[in-house]
Design a protein around this ligand. Structure first.
Ligand code: PMP
Length: 396
């Protein structure tokens, strides 16, 4: 009989040992076990872009399947640069300013590990995407939080002033913002850019939702603001652009010295990313508005269906300007429960999985909203609405 090594009991990496199971995993597992309608985790019900998938399949059989260059195939790095020139008027040099990674998650990890030293401070906005804080802590950095609040989630000069210090090395920003579903107005981006320039800070800007914006909005990259070209890392993800979230092909764009530091970290994290998926994404990034406009319209239609259905049941929701998400405002809906309690009872007793937004705060959480994912079939959305109406009756 083997004995348990003592380190099993004392735990391994303390940063990860302190980390709870992610709420997405908890809710998706519960949804599967209980047969609940899953409006929790953010992925589309249907795979996107059939021609991009066909390009990957073709490449798998006809092209090399051996290690591509570590920073990415040149055709994809060039395609990323061309894509942003067309859609966001950015001038990037593909070979020296784009690093291909295994999803935006790896781009975030490589940027954080590549750019900060232990003890550096990192300004982060709450609500924050779940990978940010563990990555910052694993790098030995010190988080400084800016708290954003519903319904508008605006950035204020006062909040920035108290978060930035002489030790701030980096700011980690997400726009459009998951889970709040806001596209930050130019005014807020200007405030952030001014703070970065004033304090000589690098901004890592997670823009994975850049193409999923509604009602005629256009994404404005932080990198385009005055003084930001040299100090912004722009992160993107093919998963969100082509509704293929499992592909995990992402990239980081930055001026050469920053891109090289990120490429170095990437070389020791994954080294490279599947060549066939890289080729297919390079092909896909060449698409024009004939693809992007209907993609956005399709998601906007689903958002409207969920919103109208919820309003008909007496729920209050916050405006969704982008992403796959719509926030249900519990308090304004007359539900006297915090988000975690509502989400727990909704999945167990009403058969619908949601994500409590408090899970996106490390401290001082907002507890009055839950996140719903609408990138689903109409029948899933309709069933979700019906079950949420049932969940509401649990809180008379
Ligand atoms: N950042 C944000 C804000 C996201 O919402 C997601 C995906 N949900 C990611 C990063 C991860 O992207 P990828 O799957 O390309 O790693």
């Amino acid at each position: 009989m083997s004995t348990t090594p003592s380190q099993f009991k004392s735990g391994f990496n303390p940063v990860l040992a302190a980390q709870p199971r992610t709420i997405f995993d908890v809710m998706s597992t519960l949804a599967r076990e209980l047969g609940a309608v899953n409006l929790g985790q953010g992925f589309p019900d249907e795979d996107g872009a059939p021609d991009v998938r066909a390009a990957a399949a073709r490449s798998l059989m006809e092209d090399s399947n051996q290690y591509p260059p570590s920073p990415g195939l040149i055709e994809l790095r060039q395609a990323v640069a061309d894509h942003y020139a067309r859609f966001q008027a950015l001038e990037l040099d593909g070979p020296s300013e784009v690093v291909v990674t295994s999803g935006a998650t790896e781009a975030l990890a490589a940027a954080i590990l590549g750019l900060i030293a232990p003890g550096d401070e990192v300004v982060m906005f709450q609500p924050l995407y779940d990978a940010y804080l563990p990555l910052v802590r694993m790098a030995g950095a010190v988080p400084r939080f800016v708290r954003l609040e519903p319904p508008h989630w605006r950035i204020t000069p006062e909040a920035l002033a108290q978060a930035f210090t002489p030790k701030t090395k980096l700011v980690l920003f997400n726009n459009p913002l998951n889970p709040s579903a806001v596209v930050f107005p130019e005014e807020d981006l200007r405030l952030l850019a001014e703070a970065c320039v004033k304090h000589d800070v690098i901004a890592v800007c997670d823009e994975v939702w850049e193409h999923v914006v509604f009602d005629g909005r256009r994404h404005l990259p932080l990198m385009a603001l005055p003084g930001m070209r040299e100090r912004t890392v722009k992160i993107g993800s093919a998963g969100k652009i082509f509704s293929l979230t499992g592909w995990k092909v992402g990239w980081a764009c930055a001026v050469p010295p920053i891109a090289q530091a990120i490429a170095k970290a990437h070389a020791f994290l994954t080294f490279t990313t599947s060549p066939n998926l890289q080729r297919a994404v390079a092909y896909g990034l060449g698409k024009d508005d004939a693809y992007f406009a209907p993609m956005r319209q399709g998601f906007a239609r689903s958002r409207d269906r969920l919103e109208a259905g919820l309003k008909a049941e007496g729920f209050a929701v916050l405006p969704s300007q982008g992403t796959y998400f719509l926030l249900l405002d519990l308090k304004a809906s007359g539900i006297d429960a915090d988000d975690a309690t509502f989400a727990e009872r909704a999945v167990r007793e009403a058969g619908v999985a949601t994500i409590p937004v408090s899970a996106f705060y490390a401290e001082d959480a907002v507890t009055s909203v839950v996140r719903l994912c609408f990138s689903k079939k109409d029948s899933t959305i309709d069933a979700g609405i019906e079950r949420l109406a049932h969940a509401r009756k649990l809180f008379p």
